[in-house]
Design a binder for this molecule. Sequence first.
Ligand code: SF4
Length: 266
Amino acid sequence: MPPSGSNPHDASAPLLEVFASYQGEGLFVGQPQTFLRLGGCPLRCRYCDTKHSWPVAAAGDESYVTPFQAILQVASAEWAQGPLPRPISVTGGEPLMWPDFLIGLASVAGERPLHLETAGHDLDALERVLPVYDHLSLDLKLADDLAPPVGGVDLPATAADWDALRPRQLNLATAHLKRGGTASIKLVVTKATSTHDSSAFEAILDDLERLGKELPLFLAPESPRDPRVAFDPDVLASMDGLVAAALERGLSPRVLPQMHRTLGVR
Ligand code: SF4
């Protein structure tokens, strides 16, 4: 097991990078933020653009930092952009692999708002962490976009597994709204799941209609690696079908490609 202290201040996690940039997705798109990328992810999204984040570094690896060490790196990255604190987006990898670190980070982050970008696969970890975070960006997954997960028998693998998780994911997200936080949902639309209609997303849309109407819904067409390349026409056609299906259910979809790729920044 990777090191994890009982005191959240001491809990460590493998830190891959800290950098200041602009939020490229979701509710806070365009906002100057400091990004803190943790290593380790048990999921295997076929469209993942951070595959280097998948491995979990061995215990004792020099990449492990405490929350306090991480916040020093955040302050350093902020200083390079002008010495003003920015919101911190914790991303990965899958940050929920490190709940003690995430909680510890909240206790040393000062006035900086904390944002969590996650697939929400570990509901217990999500429930523990959310109360000390300001914003949840929840990436709802389609099983067809995933290869089998790695690292545990309890990990969601099938469409039925994800369908079973989703109501509690959405309940946690809406509870976060009720206690004054913000939360949004992201659906990635890929060529693999492009059927020129919304059929691949029906179960998710039904759950959102039932349990998450108040959650802003961002539809993210899989972005070409090269921003000069046009979006895949199948993906765009599917987007239209998905938007129509979301509107029919009283949801408020917004189509938002990954802006950081358009800007050519991290
Ligand atoms: S959850 Fe995120 S880091 Fe993990 S495979 Fe999917 S896109 Fe990549």
